[in-house]
Design a protein around this ligand. Structure first.
Ligand code: 13P
Length: 255
């Protein structure tokens, strides 16, 4: 069982086009020492092409991803972006069900499930996000909430599709707050997610799936997270906007 570590930068709604180009070039130029780790950049949709062009110019192996996608390939959906459009611009990944979309845009597990299937059908690797709020953790509901999100978001996926996806555990209380989950807290939920994946398919399939941790990951806390057996990478927000910080995290996961 060897899962290649994967560290993805979720830039959220940040940077302008020049900054996006410069950050991409800086990450690509200094990526060398973390070569064992798969890296992915997820810029705002409007900058996907800019970042893709910068990665190609640098002859980089860094992957490109969207932050969201619609569940239909085309049609009368004003303002939306489809899975084939992301593929057309060179994306291999797409973040789905981020807590900001669940909370701010009302995305339910059923919506995330439809998007996950659509992304897979287009050949994208979905990075499916789950995680509990502070109130849910304090009410001892973490396991129930995360189990429900995993089962709902991944319902009906074949074993072959499940094997391809990435899951990101992002406790909502740790996102953008500077409050990182302890490695033990994170490991406990990652192990739970893996057992849920096994229940949805088999232990063999679950053992292939990479599970990222997200929520205030920084270069100085990444190594302790990376040392946990079920933490296979990170989904990085704020720290992914600085090349040194993002690559510092990647290095920690390279071991
Ligand atoms: P921060 O790393 O800024 O806490 O954000 C985490 C996140 O939401 C990544 O998707």
């Amino acid at each position: 069982m060897s899962r290649r570590k994967i560290v993805a930068g979720n830039w959220k709604m940040n940077l302008d086009r020049t900054q996006a180009r410069e950050l991409t070039a800086a990450v690509a130029a200094r990526r060398g020492t973390a070569a064992a780790v798969e890296l992915v950049l997820c810029p705002p949709a409007l900058y996907v092409e800019t970042v893709g062009t910068a990665l190609a110019a640098a002859q980089s192996d860094i992957g490109l991803g969207g932050q969201n996608v619609h569940d239909k390939p085309n049609g009368a959906f004003t303002g939306e972006v489809s899975p084939p459009m992301l593929v057309d611009l060179g994306c291999r990944y797409v973040i789905l069900g981020h807590s900001e979309r669940r909370t701010l845009c009302g995305e339910t597990d059923a919506v995330v499930n439809a998007k996950t299937k659509a992304a897979l059908a287009a050949g994208l690797t979905p990075i499916v996000c789950v995680g509990e709020t502070l109130a849910e953790r304090e009410a001892d509901r973490t396991a129930a909430v995360v189990t429900g999100q995993v089962q709902g978001s991944l319902a009906g996926l074949s074993a072959a599709d499940l094997e391809k996806i990435v899951v990101a555990y992002e406790p909502v209380w740790a996102i953008g707050t500077g409050k990182v989950a302890t490695p033990e807290q994170a490991q406990e939920v990652h192990a739970l997610i893996r057992s849920q994946l096994a229940a949805l398919s088999s232990a063999a399939v679950a053992a292939q799936v990479r599970i990222q941790y997200g929520g205030s990951v920084k270069p100085d806390n990444a190594a302790d997270l990376a040392a946990q057996p079920d933490i296979d990478g990170a989904l990085v927000g704020g720290a992914s906007l600085k090349a040194d910080d993002f690559l510092g995290i990647a290095k920690a996961f390279a071991g």
